[in-house]
Design a protein. Structure first.
Length: 367
């Protein structure tokens, strides 16, 4: 093949990829529904296979029934979790919205004055004095007031319709992915030329294996964090309602690597300021919360996460960290949330199609 033919081939490949990217972006809602359904099918697959092996006399459950039962079980688990978590979160947010912010901040007035005096001592020009109390009151009033909360729920009808459409679409697609084994694979392989079918099939098998490990690890990690943080805080005297709220918040935010726990920790400290441990000072309460979160997250970061995130996706921890940073700079929190699954898919397909390149060989040698 001549050089001009090779260049023309690469231009054709780039053009096809560009068109595919535009189409994926234009139909991104549908693509997201399909990908979510594929993930749910991966999670529910083991239960479907288990139900198919169950025999009652000569009766064996048909695959469509096993798929339907699995789908119902997954939604019941998710609904049960929401029924436990949503009232807790809504109740806490409502109570925070009714706070007397000046009374709360008066409890930490002395530390604020120390910080304010230090900031004032660093000022190089004379100007109006800075009041940290006024700044905090103004900011918190913007965040924690009925107008802000009502604005957040003002589009409840649109949100409900969107959720209803998403729920029906994902349920419908997931059912058929569970019912017809390999349907998602056939959909993906149909997009590639026939000579690449074997490569794509091997890549998809590996992607399913790695992502199954990753999502299983993520769920296990979040549940462990929820439980350990909640129990530890209650043992230190934090009210059970606040301890469970902080535990749930840290567990849920944990799905966003690195940034999520930081945001959850800031919110947890604010809860400690608002509702300190009975009979104890705010300083003691903050020390308990901060100490508990740092200890648990330290064990998580240095023991649990490297095992779950690196070994389960066969990537070096430093490699994972850099990928998350890059994804965060491009896509923000959403990018960080999707970083590891997306990187896993890219590595697997790169190994199948570009293994002749040295960089690809080094990045994919463990998969």
């Amino acid at each position: 093949m001549s050089s001009s033919q090779g260049i023309g081939r690469w231009f054709a490949v780039v053009a096809v990829m560009a068109v595919a990217g535009v189409l994926l972006w234009y139909f991104r809602s549908t693509v997201v529904y399909i990908l979510i359904s594929a993930v749910l099918a991966i999670i529910g697959g083991p239960l479907v296979r288990l139900l198919l092996r169950v025999k009652v006399g000569k009766f064996t459950m048909p695959r469509w029934a096993a798929a339907l039962v699995t789908l119902v079980v997954m939604w019941v688990v998710l609904l049960s979790f929401c029924l436990l978590v949503v009232p807790l979160v809504v109740g806490k947010v409502s109570s925070l919205a009714q706070l007397d912010l000046r009374a709360v901040l008066s409890n930490i007035q002395q530390p604020l004055e120390h910080v304010q005096n230090y900031i004032s001592s660093l000022r190089l020009v004379d100007s109006e004095p800075v009041s940290l109390t006024e700044i905090l009151v103004g900011w918190l009033r913007k965040v924690l007031n009925y107008d802000t909360i009502n604005a957040a729920f003002s589009s409840v009808v649109d949100i409900t319709m969107t959720v209803a459409i998403a729920f029906f679409s994902v349920s419908f697609i997931t059912f058929f992915f569970l019912k017809e084994d390999g349907l998602f694979f056939r959909m993906v392989t149909a997009l590639f030329p026939e000579r690449y079918i074997d490569n794509v099939s091997r890549a998809l098998d590996k992607v399913v294996e790695l992502l199954s490990r990753y999502f299983t690890g993520l769920v296990v990690e979040s549940l462990i964090l929820m439980t350990v943080i909640s129990v530890a805080l209650m043992l230190f005297g934090v009210r059970s309602e606040d301890a469970c709220f902080i535990g749930v918040m840290m567990g849920v935010m944990n799905v966003i690597p690195y940034a999520g726990p930081l945001m959850g920790g800031v919110a947890a400290l604010f809860v400690g300021i608002v509702t300190p441990i009975e009979g104890m000072t705010i300083g003691y309460t903050l020390a308990v919360i901060a100490g508990t979160l740092l200890t648990v997250k330290g064990l998580d970061d240095f023991v649990l996460q490297p095992t779950l995130y690196s070994e389960r996706v066969n990537a070096h921890p430093l490699e994972v960290f850099i990928v998350i940073l890059l994804a965060g700079s491009v896509g923000g929190i959403v990018g960080m949330l999707l970083a590891i699954p997306s990187y896993t898919v890219l590595r697997v397909f790169a190994k199948e199609f570009f293994s002749q390149y040295t960089l690809v060989k080094k990045l994919t040698k463990d998969i």
